[in-house]
Design a protein around this ligand. Sequence first.
Ligand code: ADP
Length: 190
Amino acid sequence: MLNLVLFGPPGAGKGTQSEKLIEKYQLVHLSTGDILRSEISNGTALGLEAKKLMDQGVLVPDEVVIGMISNKLDANKDARGFIFDGFPRTVAQAEALDSLLTSKSSAISGMIALVVEPVELEKRLLLRGKDSGRPDDANPEIIRKRISEYNSKTAPVANYYKDQNKLTSINGIGSIDEIFSSICAVMDTY
Ligand code: ADP
């Protein structure tokens, strides 16, 4: 199996690149943000709880997203592999993902981190907020909160994979196609 963790701050381009990668490599895309938003639009109890936190730009509890990912792994037993997008977002989530994959005799192949500086991120998110309909993209204060959550809780996840020699960083500034080919060059080494 090929299991990629696509990593980077909010607005780094993970969703855009994931769409292209799943097509090229025939992988299943697991975005915890998308799964949570679909819980919200289906009006589930989980969605209602998560919405309060997401609208404030803070992370939802680890056990919630770990449970969601565990269900998705079970529901896609025949997958050739997965792209994890927006997950793991804490070291506890990364540890849980390792044990879930180990129990399925699998493992993370590598993490690709998209590097984009904060000023550019804020610009991209505000632009996306104009037509994404995402309340957390529309407000500069919430965007800054998300970036600060990322810096304090999520950035350490990169070191978790670095310590396992699984981290590759890529420049996330450039055209979508340029960034895609840099990612593919790394994917082809897995
Ligand atoms: P972005 O990366 O652009 O901020 P996402 O769509 O990945 O957007 O996530 C939106 C929100 O969903 C986050 O701000 C957070 O509240 C919640 N969320 C998504 N994934 C996770 C996760 N793995 N752990 C905790 N919260 C999450």
